[in-house]
Design a protein around this ligand. Structure first.
Ligand SMILES: N[C@@H](CCC(=O)N[C@@H](CS)C(=O)NCC(=O)O)C(=O)O
Length: 197
């Protein structure tokens, strides 16, 4: 299988981390999002939404959306709970990540790290603070109860949320007041097969 992605992107990094923990063999194809390679005709044939990451399963089978891709890759593995309630708790965190975390923390990071915080996007960057810190508060509460987001073992929920939380400082977020998040970040970094961004 091939992945089309950008190694600085947290959404793409979710796939690197899942593959390394599960020891999966994936071929990586670099896509430069700043050069609009995601808008090229051959790219849009694979994902009409024009975004990385994309998983190529075979010549006519593609998957986009990072959380769908890692669910595909980890299907049947220890990273997906077998228990019905825990499985849906994992999905709950993954949907939370896409709606209440990524649009704030990842977008602030993109404006700062990729674009160099241009003056015309400074207000937008600042507007991400309230939503981003709210998402971090929700995570802090969850992680003050359990070692991982869904109980005592690592699941895809942790991978989805680790991706942008561990680089939240690059979007201007200060994690020093989030002790449970910090312990969780260290716990993930010590998982066998962990791979850094
Ligand atoms: N919801 C999507 C978001 C994908 C996304 O926003 N990808 C960004 C990089 S992190 C991208 O391709 N941006 C380039 C573009 O929009 O042209 C996912 O989880 O995969």
């Amino acid at each position: 299988m091939k992945v089309f992605g950008d190694k600085q992107s947290g959404n793409c990094y979710k796939i690197i981390l899942t593959s390394s923990i599960l020891n999966l063999d994936i071929e990586w194809v670099d896509i430069d999002i700043l050069k609009s390679e995601t808008k090229a005709d051959n790219f849009l044939k694979m994902n009409p939404n024009g975004k990385v990451p994309i998983l190529e399963i075979s010549q006519d089978k593609y998957l986009s959306e990072s959380n769908a891709i890692i669910n595909y890759l980890a299907f049947g593995s220890k990273l997906i709970p077998k228990d019905k309630y825990e499985y849906h708790k994992m999905l709950e965190w993954q949907f939370f990540e896409q709606y209440s975390h990524e649009p704030y923390i990842a977008v602030a990071r993109f404006i700062n790290k990729y674009l160099g915080l241009p003056t015309e996007r400074k207000n937008e960057y600042e507007s991400k603070k309230i939503g981003g810190y709210k998402a971090l508060d929700v995570m802090e509460e969850g992680l003050s109860i359990n070692a991982f987001l869904v109980g005592e073992t690592v699941t895809l929920a942790d991978i989805s949320l680790y991706a942008y939380t561990h680089v939240a400082d690059e979007g201007g977020f200060d994690l020093s007041n989030f002790p449970s998040i910090n312990s969780w970040l260290r716990r993930i970094q010590s998982i066998p097969g962990y791979s850094a961004m």
